[in-house]
Design a protein around this ligand. Structure first.
Ligand SMILES: [Mn+2]
Length: 290
């Protein structure tokens, strides 16, 4: 698992959002943590947008100065590494690492890569948690209705596969705005509930749910995140997304999460902090016996 983590000031091993890096095998005996980050460096199955290979290392390096995660007003978190190499091995690795993190009593949070990274962790989460709702913040619906129907799972259709799999109580999009999402094919009765407003006031139906939360950063306006593959105008502000995440943390039980679609770009390092801060808001500190 993983390469040598970045260590910007030579004082220790520094992971996503400044979280301490711990070996996966030591997770049960490591520091208490609500969030357990791990990265996925290769794109898994990108059909749309620019290649984002290396995104996990970029986000990790660019958010390292956010540490520490241990102050009272912040959730605690650890980082167990970055998966890289053959895509098939990485997909199996995501399931294995997610399972190990669940078994250690933590919340797996995967950092990709293309949005397809959400699929294996969400499926693993649904297998462990009955009645789970899949919530994805995304400018797009990823239902693949405008495609050729090749049958291959990719970042433009994997949500259709999640919904058709029947493992989730409901699949809920927050923030769809791309022109394709106004197609009549997506009228009520489709496989996904669409909440267009990125606003806690629109989320009351989710109160009390167990949720997997997936953040595709293109829900944010390209003004804030220019380095994403499928830019859409008229997007959300970081504060809107942060408020939605905080509402979900306060009103739902977050069992797992992922964040994806950042293209590595040294000119836009701040986007890594926006992404990690929004994810960070989701996961509150908790005791191990909860
Ligand atoms: Mn998207």
């Amino acid at each position: 698992m993983g390469e040598a983590p970045d260590d910007p000031d030579g004082t220790g091993r520094v992971g996503f959002g400044g979280a301490p890096v711990v070996p996966l095998a030591e997770l049960t005996s490591g520091p208490l943590a609500a969030a357990c980050f791990f990265g996925v460096d290769p794109d898994l199955s990108r059909r749309f947008g620019e290649n984002s290979d290396g995104a996990a290392a970029f986000v990790r390096r660019s958010s390292a100065r956010m540490r520490p995660w241990t102050r009272r007003y912040r959730p605690s978190a650890v980082d167990v590494g970055v998966l890289s190499g053959d895509v098939g091995d990485v997909v199996r690795g995501i399931s294995e690492v997610s399972t190990a993190v669940f078994e250690a009593g933590h919340v797996p949070v995967v950092v990709g890569g293309d949005h397809t990274v959400s699929y294996p962790v969400a499926v693993t989460a649904a297998a462990r948690h009955e009645d789970l709702t899949y919530v994805y913040l995304d400018a797009h619906l990823d239902l693949g209705l405008h495609l050729d129907g090749s049958g291959e799972l990719h970042n433009g259709n994997f949500v259709a596969a999640l919904a058709a799999g029947g493992a989730f109580r409901e699949v809920v999009n927050v923030g769809a705005r791309a022109w394709t999402t106004y197609d009549e094919a997506y009228d009520p009765g489709g496989p996904v509930t669409v909440v267009r407003d990125v606003d806690p006031a629109a989320l009351s139906a989710l109160r009390g749910r167990k949720v997997h939360v997936s953040l595709d950063v293109d829900v944010l306006d390209p003004v804030y995140v220019p380095n994403t593959g499928s830019k859409e105008p008229f997007g959300a502000t970081p504060e809107q997304v942060r408020c939605v995440m905080a509402w979900i943390a306060d009103n739902c039980t977050v069992v797992s999460a992922d964040v994806s679609e950042i293209v590595p770009d040294p000119a836009h390092c701040a986007t890594a902090e926006i992404a990690m801060r929004c994810i960070h808001e989701l996961v509150k500190e908790r005791k191990r016996d909860e």
